[in-house]
Design a binder for this molecule. Structure first.
Ligand SMILES: [Zn+2]
Length: 299
């Protein structure tokens, strides 16, 4: 009979919780005095082109949900690209390898139009449930696949669902990535520490408050409809931008073609771009460019 019960969190030794907290941490801040061209603030727009992998990742086979994924490719991405082109703005698209294989022409177009493509897992798997070898294999293959399709080796990653395993950072280090954009310890860029040691990897932080999905998704079979009106989402994003501008920091947004791409929501992206353009000294940049600038020019 095994009498040895697993200790509860309140019974943990100090060393145990210190080790958990200290494994992946924010190190020094990468905050430049000025952004490129003397800009006061950087605006980094990102779009996670999950498409059909949102259904496939959990083993789902729903034809309806797969069609929603296809909308992201047929309507969402083209509408977003048209808008970005109208304002001459470059953004970053994070694409799971399976979505890139399903929609290779889309990825080639995104890169041809001057945008960045970053790693977003293989099939939008959760890293924290994978053994180390499987996670490593999928991330390496995802990077190879994106490079084969677009001709450009990705230098940054957004882990699917921002899910991070205890091994993720070491794998990113092994892959020699410039940056990660999955964690939340700041609003400025910072250096990631692994067990207290500097990794040289830049974190370009995300947050749910700057993610369209939390405001617009719903559960089909529950009466709860947690929709925030699109105008309210614009207001939240604009306030995020305004304070970033005041502080001389970064306004980073995470959006999804199958969520923000709709006729009644795309104005949010356009209004943010127009609002930022009106300031006159905002640097619109890809996540790669923001991370590289922040690291190189940190004050
Ligand atoms: Zn995603």
């Amino acid at each position: 009979m095994n009498e040895q019960a697993t200790p509860q969190p309140w019974q943990w030794e100090d060393e145990h919780w210190r080790k958990l907290v200290g494994h992946v941490r924010a190190g020094r801040t990468y905050r430049p005095k000025n952004w490129k061209g003397g800009a006061r603030c950087a605006l980094a727009l990102s779009f996670d082109s999950d498409h059909e992998t949102n259904e496939l990742r959990d083993g789902g086979k729903s034809i309806g949900r797969l069609s929603w994924g296809q909308y992201g490719n047929r309507v969402g991405v083209p509408r977003i690209l048209k808008l970005l082109e109208k304002y001459g703005v470059h953004a970053t698209f994070y694409v799971p390898a399976v979505a890139a294989l399903l929609h290779s022409d889309e990825q080639r177009r995104v890169v041809a139009e001057g945008h960045e493509i970053g790693i977003h897992g293989w099939i939008h798997e959760l890293n924290s449930v994978l053994p180390h070898a499987a996670e490593r294999d999928l991330l390496l293959r995802a990077a190879d696949t994106l490079e084969q399709i677009t001709g450009t080796r990705p230098v940054g990653i957004r882990t699917p669902s921002w899910d991070f395993s205890p091994n993720t950072l070491a794998i990113e280090q092994e892959m020699d990535l410039l940056y990660d954009s999955s964690l939340m310890a700041d609003e400025d860029c910072y250096e990631l520490l692994l067990d207290g040691a500097p990794t040289g990897i830049v974190e370009l932080p995300v947050e749910w408050v700057r993610d369209d999905a939390v405001y617009f998704t719903m559960h089909r079979f529950q009466s709860l409809r947690p929709h925030t009106p699109p105008r309210e989402v614009l207001e939240i994003f604009r306030r995020e931008f305004d304070v970033a501008y005041e502080e001389g920091g970064i306004c980073q947004l995470t959006m999804h073609p199958h969520i923000i791409g709709y006729r009644s929501r795309i104005f949010i992206v356009e209004e943010i771009i127009r609002h930022a353009k009106a300031k006159g000294d905002v640097w619109f940049a890809t996540h790669c460019d923001v991370a590289a600038w922040a690291k190189t020019n940190a004050a």
